[in-house]
Design a protein around this ligand. Structure first.
Ligand SMILES: Cc1cc2nc3c(=O)[nH]c(=O)nc-3n(C[C@H](O)[C@H](O)[C@H](O)COP(=O)(O)OP(=O)(O)OC[C@H]3O[C@@H](n4cnc5c(N)ncnc54)[C@H](O)[C@@H]3O)c2cc1C
Length: 339
């Protein structure tokens, strides 16, 4: 391990993301996390954006909290590939020496940050749900669930730099847009071997889904093992469609193969924070709650009045989901017709 003189390392950096040519909202969430850290440390907050044809798009990052935006814009960087992205970012971190580097725990963040940690010989705390600063020691406090979600671990990186973390998408709301904020946009050029990759992108095949991806959904209808059989997923789809919502599931439901893993909510699935979360036939294990308890309104439907899920629910319906859900669909459809 390379111990570094950490007085040389200054500033908070976030790694933004581009999807389909647009700045992805996780970049704004990272800026909200980073702004809090940078203000406590009295340093700049910078964001790095790597992509193609994005120079015009990056302006929106300053009103969202960035002091500096580093842009690397090249057609070869249209899609995330580990070789060029990690080579560029490693070089920049070695040049500018930020004390903290955060990324989102998306597929990109989860892929690039471990590679970067090895390249930089630094520590990484993955999948954090909270970040703060210990001002006395000037250290990043990284909080994440551990031991199967039963405890929250607080992790510090006292020796290595930068201190690196990935944070769960949706674990913080973006800051309100503030057009009076001032900042700098710095374009960095990379060429030659920085742009080469051992990976060739052949195609992108989007999974057929009901509604938006759950991490972006405003309404989620989720089911667990109480659904009893994959054939009943149709019933849940019908309810989701009434809301124009998305389907979520417990790990038991995904493990049984009733729906794909991308719908799993919880510690080893996705974190969601929709306006409405309906949990049907889900017991409410701590690992499930870790992914959904920040939903604005939670409605639980469970035949067991002692089910744990009722502890986090705003509204609880004790009953058989096969009776409750058809009634709910009927009522909602009637309401929709009246409107
Ligand atoms: C390291 C680790 C990570 C994990 N990650 C996750 C995760 O990301 N997400 C996750 O969900 N779990 C996760 N788990 C698993 C978790 O501990 C639970 O086992 C799981 O959430 C239970 O799923 P369930 O609620 O569908 O099933 P069960 O616990 O079996 O609950 C089924 C519920 O359905 C109710 N029910 C039955 N019939 C009906 C009916 N007709 N009408 C209404 N209600 C009915 C029952 O009363 C019961 O409460 C993880 C576990 C570990 C150890």
């Amino acid at each position: 391990m390379k111990e570094r003189d950490y007085r040389q390392y200054k500033g908070v950096w976030a790694l933004g993301e581009v999807r389909d040519g647009e700045i992805h909202p996780v970049s704004f969430e990272l800026l909200a996390w980073g702004r809090g850290l940078a203000d406590k440390l009295s340093v700049d907050l910078s964001i790095v954006i790597i992509g193609s044809h994005i120079k015009d798009k990056v302006k929106e990052l300053i009103p969202r909290g960035a002091d500096k935006v580093y842009v690397i814009d090249h057609p070869a960087l249209e899609h995330f590939r580990i070789d060029p992205f990690s080579a560029i970012l490693t070089t920049m971190v070695e040049e500018y020496k930020p004390e903290i580097l955060i990324a989102s725990a998306t597929s990109m963040g989860r892929t690039i940050m471990p590679v970067m940690a090895v390249k930089l010989d630094a520590g990484l705390t993955a999948d954090c749900t909270g970040l703060d600063i210990d001002l006395e020691e000037r250290l990043l406090i990284q909080t994440r669930p551990a031991v199967g979600g039963n405890i929250m671990a607080t992790i510090k990186t006292p020796v290595l730099r930068p201190q690196m973390s990935t944070v769960r998408p949706k674990s913080k709301r973006p800051l309100p847009v503030d057009h009076s904020r001032k900042g700098e946009i710095l374009v960095k050029e990379f060429s030659g071997e920085f742009l080469t990759s051992r990976v060739k992108r052949l195609a992108f095949i989007r999974e057929e889904a009901i509604g938006a991806p759950i991490q972006d959904a405003e309404y989620i209808v989720a089911f667990g093992k109480g659904l009893k059989d994959s054939k009943h997923v149709e019933l849940m789809k019908e309810l989701a469609q009434v809301f124009n919502g998305s389907l979520g599931a417990s790990r038991n439901a995904t493990d049984l193969g009733w729906i794909s893993y991308s719908h799993q909510v919880g510690l080893s699935g996705k974190t969601v924070s929709p306006r409405l979360y309906i949990a049907a036939g889900i017991s409410g294990a701590v690992q499930h709650l870790a992914g959904m308890s920040s939903a604005e309104i939670i409605i639980a439907i469970n035949s067991d009045p002692d089910a744990n899920i009722f502890g986090v629910a705003d509204y609880g319906i004790v009953g058989d989901l096969f009776e409750v859900i058809p009634l709910l669909i009927k009522k909602l459809k009637e309401k929709a017709k009246e409107a």
